[in-house]
Design a protein around this ligand. Structure first.
Ligand code: ATP
Ligand code: MG
Length: 233
């Protein structure tokens, strides 16, 4: 699959992993670190990242009286992704920005494929169609035991969303899915042991990403951070 590198001057980094694995915490810290290094950074998330896609996110995370078929869930996610790619990610990459995205296509493979049991080949084809084959240059998968991640989510005092309430088996399959994806694409996907402290995970992430950027030829960093504060906190 062609990655963003052949299509644009920016760097596209995605953070993946199960519930409560620390993606959002580390996305904020990584963006601060990259900004301090002189990169122009855009932090965004999925599902979401545009006004319309954030509305789809609400549908996906809310509880509903009618059941949502796995196919419906996948189609909603892909619809939101297309909006996000067209309106936010591609333009930012074209401007040479570093895009740090909290979840992207690998979550679809892990959750809807390995978790819900949808056909992986169909999902991959549909995802390629939805993204125009845009793929991240680098993906970090935050790996924690399911019980640890769910415990952290509960500790956040966050109301339980639709996915938090899934059975433990579902979350275990998702985790196994991320492992399988990393094994298939070891050059793009790096696993991060996210069970240690926030600071220790942060140091590892900084080390991995900084070294990765150094070994890949990207345009000279610019100064200025650019975020979407109205969409994500
Ligand atoms: N390494 C860590 N050790 C202990 N607690 C952590 C660690 N990383 C994050 N947390 C805490 O766990 C909770 C969930 O973290 P965070 O929101 O970053 O995870 P997430 O992967 O984005 O979750 P979600 O899947 O719900 O989006 C937060 O309260 C956060 O402070
Ligand atoms: Mg999060």
């Amino acid at each position: 699959m062609p990655s963003a590198s052949r299509q644009s001057p920016g760097i596209f980094i995605t953070l993946e992993g199960g519930e409560g694995s620390g993606k959002t915490t580390q996305a904020r810290r990584l963006c601060a670190c990259l900004t301090a290094q002189g990169l122009t950074v855009l932090r965004t998330r999925e599902p979401g990242g545009t006004l319309l896609a954030e509305r789809v996110r609400t549908i996906l995370l809310d509880h509903h009286k009618e059941t949502i078929a796995p196919e419906t869930e996948a189609l909603l996610i892909l619809a939101a992704r297309r909006q996000h790619v067209d309106h936010v990610i591609k333009p930012a990459l074209a401007q040479g920005k570093t895009v740090v995205c909290d979840r992207f296509s690998d979550s679809t493979m892990a959750y809807q494929g390995y978790g819900r049991g949808l056909d992986l080949r169909i999902l991959r084809t549909m995802n390629n169609w939805a993204t125009g084959k845009l793929a991240p240059h680098l993906t970090l998968v935050f790996d924690v035991p399911v019980s640890v991640g769910l415990q952290r989510r509960r500790g956040q005092d966050a109301t339980q969303n639709r996915l938090d309430r899934e059975a433990e088996r579902f979350h275990k399959n998702v985790r196994a899915g991320f492992h399988a994806l990393a094994k298939k694409e070891p050059r793009r996907i790096m696993m991060v042991d996210a069970s240690s402290s926030i600071e220790s995970v942060e140091r590892e992430v900084e080390y991995l990403v900084t070294n990765w950027i150094k070994t890949h030829r990207f345009p000279k960093p610019r100064r200025r951070e650019d975020r979407c504060p109205s969409l994500i906190s």
